[in-house]
Design a protein around this ligand. Structure first.
Ligand code: F6R
Length: 614
């Protein structure tokens, strides 16, 4: 939700700012803007509704020159997507500019009191109060002191923020801080940089400094960065992080869109994750930071996630309950935070989050941590808040996921969950080393099975006409594959704007069947598993009412082939592996439908990839 960048150094700031914003655009793309201090010490702000490309055009026209600046790409929370609400925001003097990611919860009250003091507001955003508060501090108690002025400012804020500020009185400095929203800084020979995450920085450095909540950092033209902690003391050794993603991983590399690229990267991502995991103690997972004895005592697992990551949690539940025989509760983070929680002395909390920054998921984890639970994170983003706050972290190593709709992180997170389930099962004796090894070998087949699904992408293309003009569709599945249906429907909704409703197939007759009329599209996930025949009955019930059924079925299933309009075939495999492989058909189907409708598959409307507001 919103991306911010900053640069001060020897080069023209505009280049890094625009490229950095383009790399962060997945965090929001309602509007974008930059503020740059010119050599004659004037602050220039250029901003507009829409994408970074539109901003680039405006910046070209404005010919912005200057080596110190900040930028922002927005996902609207307070105030409609519009030029006036785009960041950066300025104070009344027009010499101070700020960018903000997060939510200022007490902005109404602050705005009222600032207005009463004579401040004039130009936007409807919560963020603009920051510019005015900073202006007051700069011209008052913290005169001439960027760090002091920012400290003074944040002392009055409630909510979450990552903030960067420039001021034309000190044309070479940027001051930044964070509280609950991500922010990293980097020092190079060319100058000092700031960004919401490592992706924009991977083209300029392989090492960044991670700020802790409450830290304030002063960035200077010679690349110098001084970090002060919340109490005002200088942090002599701020926490560093090596970036092992090279910049090309976040480029299209010959693909027409990131979603297509990321779907294609799934086999390699899973291979990386599984490499060298089988040891003499079953699954090697030092990342859990729990002894075998501690793991053997786990008697309850809470799994927390949102969206696609929640869907991973549903699969994880099945695997942990089936293999490790431990009771699991899967919770939407946003609901969990307001619900009763029942923990035992040995409850483990598993948070699943691609970005590691989802505000609701982090809040839920903090709540469980406060109750004494061990927190284990499955995440993709190195050094993310989830990774830093958890007791142990398993990185899924899928590489940067840029498309808003999650694909490679979903399958990699499912494999990671399977590893955790096997580790628990081995620790508590529910599985023998031999059983674990057998499943691990099945998992090792997944990359090739997914490659085989790619060979069958023509089947997904053929199914496009059935969904392209539909406004509604039902996605059905049973057991673990009800989750495949949920995830397939989520992809179809978010990128192709088809209202795809997923339902456990057996539940359909308790309501949703009323939707079916002749020609209504139904997608049924019906692989060769222990509930196959039951799902076939549900397909028949749909067909009897005129539905056009597209099935995901196992090679050789003549019965399903006879019944359905079309089949997306998957090879024969263990039924617990099917969800990781079958979903790839549904990712490709959603992408083809969206493309056929001429939609932007990487940046669907109203969405942002990293949801850092509750
Ligand atoms: C859907 C999607 C979202 C995310 C959700 C949680 O394709 O990407 O539903 O899964 O916003 O994000 P993370 O996993 O970063 O916590």
């Amino acid at each position: 939700m919103c991306g911010i960048v900053g640069y001060t150094g020897k080069n023209q700031a505009i280049n890094y700012l625009l490229d950095g914003l383009a790399a962060l655009e997945y965090r929001g793309y309602d509007s974008a803007g930059v503020a740059i201090i010119s050599p004659s010490r004037h602050l220039h702000v250029v901003k507009c509704q829409g994408r970074v490309e539109a901003l680039r055009q405006r910046c070209d026209d404005a010919n912005l020159v200057g080596s110190c600046g900040i930028g922002h790409t927005r996902w609207a929370t307070h105030g409609a997507p519009a030029d006036r609400n785009a960041h950066p925001h300025t104070d009344c003097s027009g010499s101070i500019a700020i960018v903000h990611n997060g939510i200022i919860e007490n902005f109404e009250e602050l705005r009222r009191s600032l207005r009463a003091e004579g401040h004039e507001f130009k936007s409807e955003t919560d963020s603009e109060v920051i510019a005015h508060l900073f202006g007051d501090a700069w011209n008052g108690p913290a005169k001439g002191d960027m760090v002091g002025a920012l400290r003074n400012t944040v002392a009055r804020l409630e909510g979450s923020w990552a903030i960067a500020v420039i001021c034309s009185d000190v044309p070479d400095q940027i001051v930044v801080t964070r509280c609950g929203s991500p922010l990293v800084v980097a020092s190079t020979e060319d100058g000092a940089y700031a960004a919401s995450d490592v992706i924009p920085l991977s083209s300029v450095t392989d090492h960044v400094v991670q700020l802790e909540d409450g830290d304030i950092a002063l960035l200077e033209k010679d690349g110098g960065i001084t970090v002060y902690d919340a109490s005002g003391g200088e942090v002599t050794e701020p926490k560093g992080l090596d970036i092992d993603w090279d910049a090309s991983m976040a480029t299209l590399g010959g693909h027409s869109d990131f979603m297509g690229k990321e779907i294609a990267e799934q086999p390699e991502a899973i291979e990386r994750l599984l490499k060298d995991r089988l040891g003499k103690h079953g699954i090697e997972m030092d990342e859990l930071r729990m002894t075998r004895e501690e793991l053997s005592q786990v008697d309850r697992v809470y799994i927390i996630g949102c969206g696609t990551s929640y869907n991973v949690g549903l699969i994880a539940k099945t695997l942990i309950e089936h293999w490790a025989r431990i009771f699991v509760s899967v919770e939407f983070a946003s609901e969990f935070n307001y619900a009763d929680v029942l923990v035992t002395d040995h409850t483990l909390c598993l948070i699943i989050t691609q970005s590691g920054e989802t505000a609701d998921t982090l809040a839920a984890a903090r709540r469980l941590k406060g109750m004494g639970c061990k927190i284990f994170a499955i995440t993709n983003v190195l050094g993310s808040s989830a990774a830093r706050e958890a007791d142990g972290t398993l990185y899924v190593q899928a590489g940067p996921e840029v498309a808003v709709a999650s694909t490679k992180a979903y399958t990699a997170q499912m494999v990671a969950s399977a590893l955790v389930a096997l580790r628990l099962a081995f620790a508590n004796g529910s599985m023998t080393p031999c059983d674990v090894e057998m499943i691990y070998r099945e998992l090792r087949q997944v990359p090739d099975l997914i490659r085989e699904i790619f060979n069958r992408s023509w089947q997904d293309k053929q199914a496009v006409p059935i969904f392209q003009d539909a406004t509604s569709a039902l996605y059905l599945g049973r057991g673990t594959n009800s989750t495949t249906a949920y995830e397939g429907a989520l992809k179809m909704k978010e990128i192709a704007y088809v209202h795809a409703e997923a339902y456990p197939a057996g539940e359909m007759k308790h309501g949703p069947i009323a939707l079916i009329e002749p020609g209504f599209p139904v997608l049924a996930v019906v692989p060769d598993d222990h509930v196959h025949d039951k799902t076939v009955s549900n397909i028949m019930e749909s067909i009897a009412r005129g539905a056009k059924v597209v099935a995901v079925a196992t090679d050789g299933d003549e019965e399903v082939a006879q019944l359905c309009e079309q089949v997306l075939w998957v090879p024969k495999m263990d039924e617990y592996i099917v969800p990781i492989v079958a979903v790839v058909h549904l990712q490709m189907l959603a992408r083809y439908v969206a493309k056929a409708k001429g939609l932007d598959v990487d940046k669907p409307r109203n969405l942002a990839k990293s949801v850092t507001v509750e």
